[in-house]
Design a protein around this ligand. Structure first.
Ligand SMILES: [Mg+2]
Length: 178
């Protein structure tokens, strides 16, 4: 099962249009919760607006593909007006494919951005797309989420070995030299 992130960043706005263009990406399918905003933040903040605007100016397309329910996605996207999909059940492909169709792009020029490997990364990687992964902004601490993060650890560790350790990777309890 392919779960290792293709590229990792400390936060979403470390991903620049120039970087995306350098890897041949002209569209992003973006997770909402804990990638762009914590669960309890209903609307986008200025930082997100500025980043989306920088993408737009560079001609990079974006869609929101969320596993959360319609009211959450609708409220969050109300002022953004992006193609947006709720209840996507990532890693299922259906809404990923619908989003690409809406943007008029192919998997070869599209990347996934998210904070979870079992849903976001896998959804992209299984379609041959790069998985851009950030640590969750404010993770849930339920046993289920802790278990999911534990499952992610070996794949984060592999990425850290290949690309160099960053201090924010300690979120997964991955440390240099381990
Ligand atoms: Mg998420």
């Amino acid at each position: 099962m392919k779960l290792t992130p293709t590229h990792m960043f400390a936060r979403y706005d470390d991903i620049t249009p120039a970087f995306l263009q350098s890897i041949g990406i002209r569209a992003l399918l973006i997770d909402i919760d804990n990638t762009l905003a914590p669960y309890e933040q209903p609307e986008p903040d200025d930082r997100l607006r500025a980043w989306l605007e920088s993408l737009r100016r560079a001609g990079i397309l974006a869609a929101l593909v969320s596993n959360n329910h319609a009211p959450r996605v609708k409220t969050f996207n109300a002022s953004l007006g992006l193609p947006a999909y709720a209840d996507s059940r990532k890693p299922f492909k259906k809404n990923m494919l619908r989003a690409m169709q809406a943007l008029g792009v192919t998997p070869g020029e599209t990347a996934v951005l998210g904070d979870q490997l079992l849903t976001d990364a896998y959804a992209g990687l299984r379609l041959g797309m790069p998985a851009l992964i950030v640590p969750p902004i404010r993770d849930k601490t339920t046993p289920f989420f802790r278990f999911k993060r534990l499952c992610e650890r070996p794949f984060i560790r592999r990425y850290a070995r290949q690309h160099g350790w960053q201090d924010w990777m300690s979120f997964w309890h991955v440390h240099p030299g381990k």
